[in-house]
Design a protein around this ligand. Structure first.
Ligand SMILES: [Zn+2]
Length: 370
């Protein structure tokens, strides 16, 4: 039995977007191809998603919002065309059903790790979720998949303390909003800053009421590179997680901080993502928490598929030696052959300064940071 279960379904390709849109079915086609080419298709236990019910979605979304999307889907179906919901978020005839299935895939994943069948799960879905708000779609996202699954794990399963780690290059504004005053959910977001969405993501947004200190934004300067991400992880994420002791670690695993990604400038390499994934596996082993990763962004199909696979392989590794072999195999991915696998920072001092500044701010809430 594999340590990692993979939730996927061909139906996630049914959500369509305009031809030139970066969030396209080709992203999942690339991941499926990469799994096949590395002969990993059978290595991970495959789970089939189910659609989230409207009741399950309403744990974080308003019934009126769910109803609006349903009506839009009917219009898209009648016209057999795409409907533009905001500047860059679209619905096609199949989108509503696909989005419910994406949210439901997370429910299947948390149920599977809750039952101790697996340590970890990777939910390879689209549309993504972390920008979706209670009443509003945003940034390619309709339902907040990770938030729906977090609430399900807390109310229907055994998880009490949930940590959400969002390493997508964009701030996880939707997830932040949903748990902002809730001390049972510790939220970290490592993101390029300043960057879209421009009105959220600064570290002074640290929670509200009893949730103060449980919303940890780590806004990283443009060009941060692998080393800066490791530093943010080691200096802030790891010690705070050790103190919080989560039962469940949920990851908004976007791969758009990759150096090949067309939407950002963060310069993380495939090896960098493998090493971040190793840090995630270390947190799992340190706390005994289960891990569920949700695919969010990542718009270069090559770097997305390689990096997502690196995460799956590292989480599935039985021991450090096997994980090390996975990392070694990603040192010089074919695609960046001849390049330095760890990108050097454009502005290392600025990154170090920012990490220290954030650490200092949160030291008033977390003893491990003092
Ligand atoms: Zn993103």
């Amino acid at each position: 039995m594999s340590r990692l279960a993979l939730v996927r379904d061909l139906k996630f390709r049914d959500h369509t977007t305009p031809d030139t849109h970066p969030e396209s079915p080709a992203r999942l086609v690339a991941i499926d191809k990469m799994l096949k080419s590395k002969a990993l298709d059978d290595k991970f236990k495959q789970l089939t998603p189910r659609a989230a019910s409207e009741e399950e979605l309403s744990s974080v979304h308003s019934p009126a919002y769910i109803e609006t999307l349903k009506k839009n889907a009917e219009v898209a179906e009648k016209r057999n065309s795409l409907i533009k919901l905001d500047g860059d978020t679209y619905m096609g005839p199949e989108t509503y059903e696909t989005a419910k299935l994406a949210a439901g895939a997370g429910l299947v994943a948390v149920e599977s790790v809750n039952d101790d069948i697996h340590d970890c799960s990777f939910v390879a879905v689209r549309p993504p979720g972390h920008h979706a708000l209670k009443n509003k779609p945003m940034g390619f996202c309709l339902f907040n998949n990770i938030a729906v699954a977090t609430r399900h794990a807390q109310t229907k399963l055994n998880a009490k303390r949930v940590m959400i780690l969002d390493w997508d290059v964009h701030h996880g504004n939707g997830t932040q909003a949903m748990f902002y005053d809730d001390p049972s959910v510790l939220f970290f977001s490592l993101h390029q800053y300043p960057f879209w969405p421009y009105d959220t993501g600064w570290f002074m947004e640290d929670g509200k009421g009893e949730g103060r200190g449980f919303n940890v934004n780590i806004p990283l300067p443009k060009g941060t590179g692998d080393r800066g991400y490791f530093s943010a992880f080691d200096q802030i994420v790891k010690p705070v997680t050790a103190e919080f002791q989560p039962d469940l670690i949920m990851v908004s695993a976007g791969y758009d901080a990759h150096e090949m990604d067309p939407l950002s400038q963060q310069r993380v390499t495939t090896l960098g993502f493998a090493m971040l994934s190793q840090r995630l596996a270390d947190l799992r082993d340190m706390t005994g928490a289960k891990v569920v990763c949700f695919l969010e962004g990542g718009y270069n199909t090559q770097s997305l598929s390689e990096s997502a696979l690196a995460t799956m392989q590292i989480l599935n590794a039985q021991d450090a030696q096997e994980a090390g072999q996975v990392q070694t195999s990603y040192v010089i991915p074919d695609v960046v052959s001849g390049q330095n696998p760890i990108s050097s920072d454009k502005s290392p001092e600025q990154v170090d300064e920012r990490v220290l500044e954030v650490r200092k701010h949160f030291s008033k809430y977390w003893g491990n940071l003092r």
